[in-house]
Design a protein around this ligand. Sequence first.
Ligand code: SAM
Length: 255
Amino acid sequence: MKGHVARKRFGQNFLVDDGIISAIISAIDPQRGDTVVEIGPGLGAITEPLMARLDHLHVVEIDRDLIARLKKQHPPARMTIHEGDALAFDFASIGNDLRLVGNLPYNISTPLLFHLASYVGVVRDMHFMLQKEVVERMVAVPGESDFSRISVMLQYRFHLEWLIDVPPESFDPPPKVQSAVVRLIPKDVAELTAKNEAKLSQVVQTAFSQRRKMLRNTLKGTLSDEGFAELGILPTWRPEDVSVEDYVRIANYLT
Ligand code: SAM
């Protein structure tokens, strides 16, 4: 692996499948002046083909050895390296109309997705490789067992599209799980109708805190009997039965 030992704690599984790499680049379709930010460039599997099509690339990387390699390979005029933890990185500091891409470290994918989702206002689109199971939860619809907090919070802000299935053999070392590439495109501001997003987040978190329980139990003390009746939401529903729109209506009722 180009003299680098993959670090498990940084979720390092390096893409080595040229067919998958070119499918990802085609899906992103980078244009010279785009502001592209790659999370976790690693050994450069996606980085190199991206740079061939871009004037400049921003990367966020935590592994010091990999950062040292990147610095040697790419002059600052072509690449800005943001050293550190993507979970704590302020993506808005780069600018707006950002195109975020990455084969994300699976060990932190859920908190990272929540962090990235908060930058919806400065993002044009996002293309991420993730554990297939996570993508299944992201795109799940109400009534499906995969429908969860991350489905609601991402679908509230983004249009999601499942793009490519990727088997373990496409990586070195191969992960123990299947992977998939997903695209997220921010919804129009007009579509984001929660009066208070913190309230929406709180309601969704509370409802899914015990996913087998009925809303009557989980939202007890949050939504009154009158509230349920007025919104036309049955207290016997479980969290996966409630649509994204209905979560927004509950949050707005409580705001
Ligand atoms: N992009 C490369 C590829 O496709 O072969 C590497 C992908 S590897 C799955 C994940 C990358 O994210 C590694 O380079 C790893 O060092 C980096 N990484 C892990 N945790 C990170 C974090 N918290 N912040 C920024 N980068 C991180």
